[in-house]
Design a protein around this ligand. Structure first.
Ligand SMILES: NC(=O)c1ccc[n+]([C@@H]2O[C@H](COP(=O)([O-])OP(=O)(O)OC[C@H]3O[C@@H](n4cnc5c(N)ncnc54)[C@H](OP(=O)(O)O)[C@@H]3O)[C@@H](O)[C@H]2O)c1
Length: 211
């Protein structure tokens, strides 16, 4: 199947490599296409560089928006209509970094990023918050663990999005575990109890049951 990865920086490049390793075909785009081109060259035949963000969606079953939270709404507005009918995967944490590297939250305390992003999407887009719980280096080192895979948590309000994102998470070399609906996305983010956690499936399910 084909997934568009929009944003090929620190996180998007890792997600793209993992999906390609699992057999996914990719359409890549980035702000100025240089990083998308470099990544496509590394990945090889499984990845093509799109002419732009809208072109990345052409023929794609799903899209991963691996973008900083502060540019996410602008790109969603640019994509608009073509997002309808697709799985939209968002790994963005609702934070920004100042010149000294200090993180600060860009949403009011207690406001779920999943609900905020859902409000920006056109009707018919199926949103899953996923792939943003682990730093990129941990995403690399924890993938394809054996004999037991490590877990990637996700949150969605949409049953079909859940099935689709589970396939992508497995393709990337992890076991999917649902944290809950979009209102639970705070648990996945920086500061959330599931953020940065490399858990076995049994540990993960027990954490979800206890919450
Ligand atoms: N990095 C991590 O370890 C990590 C872990 C968990 C979650 N996250 C989340 O993942 C998101 C991305 O983080 P990152 O570290 O990958 O950021 P990053 O390295 O700055 O990469 C951002 C990417 O977005 C692209 N971009 C910016 N504006 C765009 C536009 N208008 N259209 C298309 N592409 C655009 C950039 O393109 P260019 O390459 O052309 O500049 C770049 O490829 C953030 O929200 C972060 O919270 C990151």
């Amino acid at each position: 199947m084909t997934t568009a990865v929009i944003g090929t920086g620190g996180l998007g490049s890792v997600i793209a490599r993992q999906l390609a390793s699992g057999g996914e075909t990719l359409r890549l785009s980035s702000a100025d296409t240089a990083s998308a081109r470099a990544l496509a060259a590394q990945i090889g035949r499984a990845a093509v560089v799109a002419a732009g963000n809208r072109d990345a969606l052409r023929g794609a079953d799903a899209v991963v928006l691996a973008l900083r939270f502060t540019v996410l709404k602008g790109v969603i507005d640019e994509l608009a209509g073509p997002l309808a009918g697709k799985l939209v995967v968002v790994p963005s944490n609702p934070v920004t970094t100042d010149a000294h590297g200090n993180l600060s939250r860009v949403l009011p305390e207690g406001q779920s990023s999943g609900k905020a992003v859902a409000g920006w999407l056109p009707a018919g887009a199926r949103l899953a918050m996923a792939f943003g719980t682990l730093p990129a280096d941990l995403l690399v080192s924890a993938s394809n663990r054996s004999p037991e895979p490590a877990v990637l948590f996700y949150a969605t309000d949409d049953e079909r999005a859940g099935e689709e994102v589970e396939r992508l998470i497995r393709t990337a070399g992890f076991e999917p575990v649902k944290a809950g609906g979009l209102e639970q996305s705070g648990r996945l983010e920086v500061g959330g109890d599931l953020h940065g956690l490399v858990a076995s499936p049994a540990e993960a399910r027990s954490l979800i049951r206890r919450a």
